[in-house]
Structures are given as C-alpha cells and as structure tokens.
Write a protein that binds this ligand. Structure first.
Ligand SMILES: *Cc1c(COP(=O)(O)O)cnc(C)c1O
Length: 381
C-alpha cells in the first residue's frame, strides 16, 4: 500500500481549541472582543511586555507600521527580493519605493554588508525578513539603522518563537510584525500581530485597524485619520490562544525533524550532487521552513519537473519564493534581471520540503529518498 500524500505543511489544532471556538461561536460575541484582548496580552508577555496589537493579517501589520512611521510618497524603504510579495507590496501600498538589496547566499536573508550602499537621502526604513525563521543579525541591523536614523520594520512573519542572542524575536527592536497564517508556526487561521515601542504607537495602530475611529464616553466618536478594516475576530483569536501554549512543543518537533533532514542529507552521496542546505542553526531559528537550493548547473531537469516528480511520489513541495523584483509590477518600476544576482539564482533554485509538527522521521526519510533518487537520475557530473 502506498503512503498517504505528505503535504508541504499542515497546522496542528487540538480538540480543546476546537471546543473553545465552539464556545466563542455560542457566546453571542464573535468579532473582536475579550479573546482579542487576551491574545494581545499573552503576545505582549511573550515579547518582553512591549505593546502588541493583533490584526487580520501579517500584511496589514507592516502597512500600518509604515504609516505610523510616517513613510509615504517620496520615501524609500530597503528590503529583500527573497520574500513573500507582501513584504514589498506594503511599501508600494503606502506610496513609497522599495529598494531591493541582494541576499547573503548562506543565510538567504538580506545581506547587511550591502545595505549602507543602498541608503540615499530618501531612505526612511529597512524592512528585513527572517526567511524560514532564521534571524537577520539584529546587532548589525540596528547599528546601521541607528547610524543613518532609519526606522526598522522587522518582517518576522516567519520567525515567531525564534531568538536573537537568547531574546525572543519581538522582545526588542523597533516595529516587529508577525503572521499567523495557517502555514506559520502558530496560526489564527488568518491574522498577524504588530509589536510596537509605546502606547502612542499602539493607539495609532488601533485607529489604522478600524476606520480611524476613536470612541469616548457612551456616544463620543471622532475620526482624525483614515483607517482600514483590519481587526481580528474573537473566533480567530481563540484559535491563537489555543495555539500559543504549544509554540515551544511545535518548534521542538520542527527542530527534531530538521535534525533528521540534516542527518540524511549531509552524506557524501547527496552532498556530491551539489545540493545546498540551509545553515544548521539549532539555537536561534524556529525552523519555519526547511529549504534546499537545487544544483542548477548540474541538474538536467527544471525545478518544476523535480516538484512534479515529488508530487507523483506523494510528496508536496513549494517555492518560497520567486524573486519579487522580477514580477511585472516591479519591472514596471525599473527593476530587472541582474539587479540582485545572488537572490535571482537562489530564487530560481530554492525548494521547500515538507516540515510540520505532525510529521514523522519516517516522512523525512521518504522525502530524502525520493529527492535523492530524482537528483541522482538527473544530475550530470
Ligand atoms: C506570511 C508572510 C507574510 C504575510 O502574512 P499574511 O498573514 O499572509 O498577510 C509576510 N511576509 C512573509 C515573509 C511571510 O512569510
């Protein structure tokens, strides 16, 4: 009998959470309410007591951070081309210009060595991404930001539960944005959180979250800025409250599975194929994803064919991500092939393999066996 299909990822939701969602649905209050408040206070406790507000995505969180920082038309924001397109779409959304800086081929994160050369008088912020949960060097990042008077919006969508020098991502820094999309390490179905510096920013975030409304007394209402409709429902917040206590256990399971990936992939027969593995970081990353880079020169198959063959073997895989600057919207702004060559090469060849807490070591072995067989059959020396 063949094994069941192994998806790229899958959330783990326990029965207590499902029962809790039922209670919220029966309670008479299903949109933003007490569960949102409780989730915010628990997230704040997890982020060193800093102010946290939750939203209905990890995209609007970054847009709102940019707005609070006063970033808009005429301004530039430095970011990475290797991310989910949300990272730079929010920069366009507020009317600013994204400036893509090439990546470090080992960490696959923005290359901080190259950031200062991209700073102009119009630069207002740096928006780095912790790809796959591997933290960008916070010491160097903030040294650059401080030297040039720039704001930082950390796109930590993938790094909830990761640490930098022993401190939780979110516990320090400037703006920190998390996503709770179902693919992330914990989920609220859709949702996100923004960690801010003070109550003034948190109050602004609340206004941007809901039509700019400020209420007072029984009947007072004022609107001083144009906000959107970005609030999280209590149903979603209840899912998050059920997920949060499992974060460490989920991340420990991810680490254990990744150790198995390394054990099985770091063998001469595989390494000599030229497959590139991620940095083996077991102290700081939450292992949001396990990504390999295929050996472009030696492979006689396209990445899509590798994915099709894995799919035929009952194994899901993914591409995280195509290079953002080469999408039509960004090409129209003048970006082109060759602008950030290291990122382009990695983006052409990167492949995400299945990784989620409910997987087993046997699943990892099955992925490695199939991937190795495909590469061995289609690699020239
Ligand atoms: C998931 C993700 C986002 C966006 O989060 P949503 O909650 O889907 O809006 C942004 N940036 C990165 C790097 C992500 O992985």
């Amino acid at each position: 009998m063949s094994s069941p299909y192994l998806p790229l990822t899958r959330p783990t939701i326990d029965d207590a959470t499902i029962a809790g969602v039922g209670e919220v649905l029966r309670s008479g209050w299903i949109t933003s309410g007490p569960n949102v408040k409780e989730l915010e206070s628990k997230l704040s406790a997890a982020c060193g007591g800093r102010p946290v507000r939750v939203f209905n995505s990890g995209t609007c969180t970054m847009e709102i951070a940019l707005r609070i920082a006063g970033i808009g038309p005429g301004h530039e924001v430095i970011t990475t081309p290797l991310s989910w397109v949300a990272t730079s779409n929010v920069i366009l959304e507020v009317g600013a210009r994204p400036v893509f800086v090439d990546i470090d081929p080992v960490s696959r994160n923005i290359d901080l060595e190259r950031v200062e050369a991209a700073i102009t008088p119009a630069t207002r912020a740096i928006l780095p991404v912790d790809l796959a949960g591997l933290p960008v060097d916070r010491d160097r990042l903030y040294a650059i930001a401080k030297k040039h008077g720039l704001r930082v919006i950390e796109d930590a969508a993938q790094s909830f539960g990761s640490t930098w020098k022993g401190r939780r991502i979110g516990a320090c820094g400037d703006f920190v944005s998390f996503s709770f999309h179902p693919n992330k390490n914990i989920t609220t179905i859709e949702g996100g959180a923004l960690v801010m510096n003070d109550e003034r920013e948190a109050k602004l975030a609340e206004q941007y979250r809901l039509q700019g409304v400020v209420r007072s007394g029984f009947d007072g209402m004022e609107v001083e800025l144009v906000g959107g409709k970005f609030n999280l429902t209590d149903v979603a917040a209840r899912v998050g409250l059920g997920q949060l206590p499992h974060l460490e256990e989920f991340n420990a399971k991810r680490r254990e599975l990744v150790r198995a990936y390394f054990e099985l992939l770091e063998v001469p027969a595989v390494l000599e194929l030229g497959l590139q593995l991620p940095p083996a970081d077991f102290s700081q990353t939450n292992w949001h994803m396990f990504q390999v880079v295929l050996p472009e020169e030696r492979l006689t198959l396209r990445r899509a064919d590798v994915m099709a063959k894995l799919h035929a073997a009952g194994i899901g895989s993914g591409v995280h991500y195509p290079a953002i600057h080469l999408f039509a919207v960004y090409r129209r702004l003048g970006w082109k092939e060759g602008d950030v060559p290291i990122a382009e090469r990695v983006c052409r060849n990167i492949l995400t393999l299945p990784l989620f807490p409910a997987m087993t070591r046997g699943d990892v072995a099955r992925v490695v066996e199939n991937l190795t067989a495909i590469l061995q059959a289609h690699c020239q020396s």
